[in-house]
Design a binder for this molecule. Structure first.
Ligand code: MSP
Length: 530
């Protein structure tokens, strides 16, 4: 039976336009889904929108729109963006979906019945933009939100509370006994030390605004947006519906991965598993938490004028180049500083000079020296043996890297293999072999180059989704020889290559001017509405 794999992005707030930061999480999830699918898994990739709460209500009214109209528009924009970036999600959940609302209402009733949620009064501080409650000591004398730097408001209202403290020890034990629950290790340590300071009961309802899910047994109260939002991962599997087959398949019998950035680590590593414990649902997920992409070293923000939208890069260089850049520079263990000049230099060096060039040179040599047919040939040449070893080692490293969700590392390892392969051309000088008519040796070299390119293409497939099919076609490969699960090394008896229809990546010949154009396009994009 096929194994199942369920991967999710955070559901992004429908309060503004999505930038390259949010795109980075979505692109990573998409590439991981494609990787698992190639490895034979039955996959489900979920993304969506977090549409309730005071922030959305406020932003809609600033635009003079009804919140539903506003969120409809933003959900459509998000879907368009994911298509434009070739992110092949399987389901797009919206917290305004009827079946999400009904299931969240039932969650509250179940938790109230269990005694985990009780009515009390909230008296404290709240950041509307982060939808987060804070204590006086967390915000300091100026009442500044420690996460986004905006001013927090005072909130005093009747509220339902969730007994987080009741589950504190169970959660700590769960974390200690499940090393793959919070990845990477550093993030786990952060969570553990936070929990050890002691968990306060959490306010889980608000009564001073309307845009949200009313609690069924007490509809003056609106569900806390984070409780509402976190349950998207399960409501979209219909976990409380009569037909819960998706839940059976993709939660109970599946590998489950939630990908988030560090800003929302605590919600996912503390609240979410505790809510699941309250409902007796197996926790069963791995939380992969990454860092941020910063623009010129600063967190992107519209007011600083340093937000980058994907369009700036994609219209000019294509979605493959953008996906590649994001994954190669992915902020896995620390923040990544991104600049337009970095983008251009990665593009020129990795895609144009290294991989693109290797493919086009090899294909043209196969055409020129062998009239497009290259047979399997062995040779004792030490350089060929070395390339073969690097190939085998790279495949192994690639799988290991992706087990840790490290596409940045996987691409780094893959690039080393590409460079090693390019070097083979200099070492063996095929044009000299041809001149001396050492045709057997020449054929062995070309066969090795073609095999190396075939494997590289298979490994790039989850990333470079548009250009990979054209490489397979130029190499004359049928599906049997494009499988990651079973790449069949050195089994092809004869390559029958043709030419690439067009170059894979066009060189950026004037990086300085291109950089200025990108910056110009960034500022044009900044003026556009969500
Ligand atoms: N709505 C909540 C999530 C609820 S999930 C149950 C939310 N939304 S958000 O729109 O603010 O998205 C936050 C997420 O966007 C981050 O966790 C991260 O995945 C992504 N990113 C936003 N800016 C980012 C960067 N600058 N860099 C990397 N990722 C970033 O929080």
């Amino acid at each position: 039976m096929k194994k199942n794999f369920y991967i999710t992005t955070p559901i992004y707030y429908s309060s503004g336009r999505l930038h390259i930061g949010s795109s980075s999480t979505t692109i990573l999830c998409d590439a991981l889904k494609r990787y698992k699918r190639s490895m034979g898994y039955d996959t489900r990739f979920l993304t969506g929108m977090d549409e309730h709460g005071q922030k959305v209500e406020k932003n809609a009214s600033l635009k003079g729109l009804d919140p539903q109209e506003f969120t409809d528009r933003l959900a459509n924009n998000a879907k368009d963006l994911w298509h434009y970036l070739d992110c092949d999600y399987d389901y797009f959940v919206r917290t305004t979906d009827k079946n999400h609302i009904e299931q969240v209402q039932e969650v509250y009733e179940l938790m109230i019945k269990k005694g985990d949620i009780y009515l009390g009064e909230y008296d404290g501080l709240y950041c509307v933009d982060c939808e987060t409650f804070y204590t006086q000591s967390e915000v300091g004398p100026d009442k500044i939100c420690p996460s986004c730097g905006r001013k927090v408001i005072s909130a005093k209202e009747p509220s339902y509370f969730f007994r987080l403290s009741k589950y504190q020890d169970r959660l700590l034990e769960y974390i200690e006994t499940h090393p793959r629950f919070i990845v990477p290790e550093g993030k786990k340590n952060e969570v553990v030390s936070f929990i050890k300071q002691g968990l306060q009961d959490l306010s889980v309802s608000r009564s001073t605004f309307k845009w949200g899910i009313p609690i069924k047994s007490d509809p003056k109260h609106i569900a806390y947006v984070w409780l509402d939002a976190l349950f998207n991962y399960l409501t979209s599997l219909n976990f409380l519906e009569e037909d819960n087959s998706l839940y059976q398949k993709y939660w109970l019998n599946s590998e489950v991965v939630h990908v988030v950035a560090k800003d929302i680590l605590r919600f996912h590593a503390i609240f979410w598993p505790i809510f699941l414990m309250s409902l007796d649902i197996p926790i069963n997920f791995t939380l992969y938490t990454h860092n941020w992409i910063l623009m010129y070293g600063e967190k992107m923000s519209k007011s600083k004028g340093n937000v980058i939208y994907p369009k700036t890069f994609v219209d000019k260089y294509g979605s493959d180049a953008f996906r590649y850049y994001i994954l190669r520079e992915f902020p896995s263990l620390s923040d990544t500083i991104s600049t337009p000049e970095d983008f251009i230099s990665r593009y020129n060096s990795d895609l144009v000079n290294d991989f693109g060039n290797l493919v086009s040179r090899t294909i043209s040599m196969a055409n020129k020296y062998f009239n497009s047919k290259v047979h399997k040939k062995e040779s004792n040449n030490i350089y060929l043996k070395d390339v073969k070893n690097v190939m085998i080692e790279t495949i192994k490293l690639y799988h290991d890297d992706l087990y840790d969700f490290r596409y940045d590392k996987a691409l780094q390892d893959l690039n080393k293999f590409v460079s090693r392969t390019n070097k083979l051309i200099d070492e063996t000088t095929p044009w000299v072999l041809f001149k001396n008519q050492e045709m057997d040796e020449l054929e062995a070299v070309l066969y090795m180059l073609l095999e190396a390119i075939r494997i590289q293409t298979i490994l790039y497939e989850p990333v470079l989704v548009k250009c990979v099919p054209s490489i397979y076609e130029a190499l004359g490969l049928n599906q049997e020889f494009t499988s990651l699960l079973n790449p069949k090394l050195f089994e092809i008896e004869e390559y029958n290559v043709s030419s690439l229809e067009k170059p894979l990546f066009l060189r950026e010949n004037n990086p300085q001017q291109a950089k200025e154009e990108l910056i110009e396009s960034m500022s044009i994009e900044l003026t556009k509405e969500a």
